[in-house]
Ligand binder design. Sequence first.
Ligand SMILES: Cc1cc2nc3c(=O)[nH]c(=O)nc-3n(C[C@H](O)[C@H](O)[C@H](O)COP(=O)(O)OP(=O)(O)OC[C@H]3O[C@@H](n4cnc5c(N)ncnc54)[C@H](O)[C@@H]3O)c2cc1C
Length: 504
Amino acid sequence: MTADAVDVCVVGSGASGSTVAHEIARNGFRVLVLEEGRRLPPGASLATVQSSMDDALVRSPPGGLMPFGRPWTVSALGGGMTLYAGIAFRYRTVDFDARAHVAADALDPVWPIDYAELRPYYEELERRMGVARLAGADPLEPPSDPAVLPPHQYSPQGRLIANAGGRIGRLPFPTPLAINSVPYGGRPACHCCGPCNEHLCLTGARADARSPFIDVPLPPGALTVALGSKAVRIDLGNVSRADSVEWLDTDSRQRARVRARCVVLAGNAIQSAALLLRSAQPAAPNGIGNGAGMVGSGISFKISGYVSGSTALDRLPVQPLGGPFSTVAISDHYLDEEAPSGLGGLIYEASPTERAVHEGKITLRLHFLAADQPMRNNAVRLANTRDRLGLPNIILEYWTHPVDKRRLGYLSRRASDLLLEAGVKKVDYQDSNYQFGSGHLHGGCRAGIDPKESVVDRWGRVHDIDNLYVADGGFFPYSGGVNPTFTIQANALRIARRIVTQLA
Ligand SMILES: Cc1cc2nc3c(=O)[nH]c(=O)nc-3n(C[C@H](O)[C@H](O)[C@H](O)COP(=O)(O)OP(=O)(O)OC[C@H]3O[C@@H](n4cnc5c(N)ncnc54)[C@H](O)[C@@H]3O)c2cc1C
């Protein structure tokens, strides 16, 4: 086993890992990124890559454990942003402090930072990668600098949804997208050529995890990315310092070790918690950072579902039917007194891959999603059984809180109202199966002030470990009600800046 040394070892190359690694490397430190996945081949889609990612165990209704869980967004160079839909909301004020809306038995949802602290990082990333949006159109949008890119036009489906929303008193607005509406940042404008969500972008119009850093020069040799390299254990040098990361070559099954002055976990909310739990050792018998039993706890996937149905077109579309997965959204039911707990969520166009016009009719599809209650017993745990690499399997314990079931029903009805108004005669409901793990992974290494109720501090640093950080969605003490990636990137940039000051 070799033992190279670097300044920083980053585990994971997705939204958070890529941000942290580039920011630290450009400041002249030597960074090694361990990424267990590989570069996706041309034409890859979620359907083609899913079988290569290990399942997690989840509870089946009689109580047994079944391998139906999804503990990944995408395991690949670039993580989930390789196949994501590009939806790029900023978190709203209420997402940082939802105390007025959570159940009495929920964990404390308050973030140790607020929107004002995160705002400069959103602005910087937005300038670097481009977000197409209509400033001021979303009634709940937090204050921001002017948009750098104009919004995308509504798709033919989006236009029908927006018109219907307007007729029933909603305030539809263009979905903010990290997809170029005009050429920007060396990337072309989207020409609506493909199926978008769950697929590689054919043109590069959609941002990926590297896009914000594409023009940022790195000192020679500062950044190394090791693909097919799974971090399996962190070793502590003493009770308060991480010393090295052990990793496994997923092809040869050879193990190696890298020593690092600082270790940053960016493997996604589930995988980072699992790595801390798998790193049990005499100085941390229940896993690193787990003295209070909080590692893995408070995992949240967001509650969500879809409604769809077909409607007659009032005129034949002049625009192509491919292109962004979502062009219109409404946030009227986000802070909604009629929603159980007063907090609903977001509803947006989620057009299906198959978008052809059949006999003058087109399918409209809406996704509705909302924050779930952060619950102590919704947790990542380790099983006694082993996965194909010989590591303890991940168990996802997750139950939907009764309040959230009612909130989901409320949002489903509001989304159906929109479809009915758009002329859909029969609305079909489609489960998202979020309870088995979704693309939106948060919690598990919750940030907070109290080390008994959280795993990391406001900088993402594991309490009592001087040089170990969590930069992915695991940080989120409350999942928030909009798509999380832009916030994961902004928070990762904030954490990276802190690490740079600590290393200097
Ligand atoms: C189909 C799809 C569409 C989506 N659309 C949107 C959207 O429109 N908007 C939005 O905001 N979000 C979207 N998401 C969610 C988005 O992908 C995630 O929020 C985001 O990628 C999370 O970033 P992350 O850095 O936490 O983790 P990831 O991007 O998941 O990256 C983690 C990386 O770490 C690697 N890794 C994990 N453990 C280890 C280990 N032990 N050793 C080495 N490597 C490891 C993984 O292989 C992976 O590549 C979508 C997700 C999916 C799947």
